[in-house]
Design a protein. Sequence first.
Length: 755
Amino acid sequence: MHTKIDVEDVLAALTLEEKASLLSGRGAWETADVERCGVPSIVLTDGPHGVRMHDPKAESFSLDASLPATCFPTAAALGSSWDVNLLTRVGEALGAESRATGVAVLLGPGINIKRSPLCGRNFEYLSEDPVVSGRLGAALVRGVQSTGVGASVKHYAANNQETNRMRISADVDVRTLREIYLAAFEHVVTAAKPLTIMAAYNKVNGVHAAQNPWLLTEVLRGEWAYDGLVVSDWGAVKDPVEAVAAGLDLEMPSTNGASAARLVEAVRAGRIEEAVVDRAVTRLLTLINRTAAPQPPVQDVNLAEHHALARTAAAESAVLLKNEDAVLPLDPDARAEVAVIGEFARTPRFQGAGSSKVRPTRVDNALDALTQAAGEHLRLSFSPGFTLSGDKNDALLSDAVAAAEAADVALVFLGLPEGFESEGYDRDSIDLPEVQLRLLDAVAQVNRNVVVVLANGGVVEVASWQHHARAILEGWLNGQAGGGAVADLLFGRANPCGRLAETVPLRLRDNPSHLNFPGSEGHVAYGERLYVGYRYYDAQDIAVGYPFGHGLSYTTFGYSDLRTTVDGEGEDVVLQVRLNVTNTGPVAGKEVVQVYVGDVDASVDRPVRELKAFAKVALQPGESTPVEFELHARDLSFFSITHDRWVLEAGDFTIGVGASSRDLRLTATATVDAPSLALPVTWDSAIWEWLAHPDGGPILLRALREAEGSSVGTDPTILAMIESLPLSQLVTMSGNRIDTTELSRLLDEMTVESS
Ligand code: BGC
C-alpha cells in the first residue's frame, strides 16, 4: 500500500508531459505513476457489490479473471432493504476486502434512477426514487470510506439505459434533472463526500457527461462544493482536452499515451491553460493521499463473517409480495412433504452480468439450505422443472408436476436466466420466460399451496400469473449467501422486511417512460419529466402490480398518534413529524416507516406525493416505539426554472405516513410560511406576471386605469381576457395610449439591482 506524498512539491517538480501522463490510466485498472517524483500508481476496481480485483496471474484481460471476493446482494436487493445501517456494514466489508487486495478505489455504488424497468442494469441500481438512492448510496459510501478506501459514485448523470449508452443524449429538462436524476448524487456528494465520482458514458442534453462543464464544474463543484476527483467511465472520453477543461480529472482506462500527447499539445498551442491541467493533477495527487495506507493498518479480512453478513443482507432485502392465509412461514418441524421445484433452487442466479461480476468465495443454494434446516419429519423433494437455457423439456415439467401433486406445499423457484439482463443492453420485456410460466401453471393445477420465490434484478410482471401462487417472495439477485437467506425466510428464522424500491407495474406499457424508451436517432426524451415510477402511477391513479414501498411481514404493524409541528419559516423551516409504531402481531419484525409529502398550494405542477424520509424500526411483539423525522425547506421545495433555484412556497403540505405509497396509514396537513418570490418582470412578461409582481402590479394597474378611452384597468373581465398578453404587445395594441414612464423606471431600477 502506498504512502502519502507532498502535493505541492510534487506538482512543482513534474514536467508538463508527466502531468499530462497522470490524467489517464495505466492499463485497465491502475493510474499512471511517475517514479522520478515518487508518484505511485493506485488501483481502481469494480464494484459495486463485491471486489472484482483483476487476478495479476491471469494471462489476459477478462471480466472473469478476478480474485475471489464476497459477492454481496446486488443493489436491486440492497435498495429494497431500506436499511442505512445495513448498507454501511456492507460498505465496511467491501472496503476491508478492497484494502486487503490493494484496491484504493472501489467503483460503486451505482445510484442511477430506475427510469424504466427495461434498463438492463437496473440490478446495479438502488431505486426509482432519489431519496432511497441517495440515503442508501451515502450509507454505502460511508462504510467503504471508513476503511480508507475511496468510493466512486456512478454513473453521473442520467445514465438510465444501456441501449446506445456511449452516444445517446438523455434529453432532460432542468427541473427533472435537479429533482430526480441529480438529487441522489447531490445527497451523496454533500452528505458522504465520496473520494471519486464517475462521469457517465451518455450525453446529457447533447453534451457528453465526461466533457460536460455544467455537470462537472458548475453543479458538482460550484454548487455542491465537491472537492474529490472525477474519473471517466471506462472509455467515456471522446476528447481529453475538452474533458479536462470541463472538469474531468482522470480518464480511464489507458490510452497508451495518446490523451497525454493531445493535452500537452493543447497546452503548448494555448488551447487550454496549464493551470487547468495542474488542477486535475492536484486532485489526483490528493486522491493518492486520501487513500494512502491507514495507521494502524486494517485487520485481516474474515471471509466467514462477510459471508454471514451477505446472508443477513439478502434476508433483509427480500420482499414478501403476497402471503395469502399466512401460507408462509413453513414449519420446518411439520410432518409434511415439500416439493422444491425450479433449477434456480439448485443453481441460483445471485448476481448480474457485466463489469460488476464477482468471483464469489462460495455459493449457497436454497435447496441445500432448506435441506439442512428441515426437521426430521419434513420431507423435501427436488425437481428442476426447466433448464436455464429455456429449452422446452416436457419430461422435466411432468416430473415437477408429479412431485407437486404428491406434496403439501410446492416451492417454485422462478426468475430471469443470466442472458435476460446485463450491463450493455436493455430488456425488451418484463415477462418471466415462457417455459417457467407453463411450469407454474401446471404445478398450480395440482397443488393449491404454491409459493413462488423469484430471482431477478429488474422487476418482472406478476399480474398474469400471481393467482397461481399463495405467496410470492421476491428474492432479487441476492449474492453468494442468498440461498441460505431464502431458507431462513421460508422457515421463519428470518422475518421478511424488504420493501419495493421500484414499482412493479401491471403491464410494461403502463410505465411512464414507455413511449420514450430507449429513444431513437441518438436521443431519448425524458418526456414523462418528474413523473417517474410511483410519482406517475400515483398522480394518474393507475393500478399497479405492487406499489413502491410495499412489502409484507410475518407480523403486523399499527401506526398511531401522528403529530406535526412547524418551526421557523422559509429556508429555516423545520417540520417535525412524530408518530408511534407498534408491532401488533405474533413475532418480532421490522417495519419501514415511510413519509410522503405533497404540496397542496403549489404554483407549479408537483407529484401528489413524494417520499421524503423513511426509517426501518425493529419491534418485538406488542412493542411500540416513537418514530421521529425532521424535514427541512429543501424537502418541501421544487426546482424553479424561472428563478433557477430551489423554491419553497408558503401554504399547506400533506404529510402521509405509511407502509407504501399506496398504503398511507396516517395523514396530516402542515402549514408552512415562506416569503413569496417575485417573478422578475420584463417587457415580455405577461400581464398576469406583472400584476403578481409586488412593485410592478400596482404601477401597471394605475397605468391601465389612466389610459385614455380604455376600460382594461377597470373591467375585471377584460383584464382576465388579456392576462396572457405580453406587456409590450398590450402597449402596442392600445395604440400606445398606456403611459409607460413608471414601468420603464421600474425596469431600469431592476436592471441596476441585478447587475
Ligand atoms: C461500467 C462501469 C465500470 C467500468 C469498469 C464500465 O463499462 O459502465 O460501471 O465501473 O466499466 O469496469
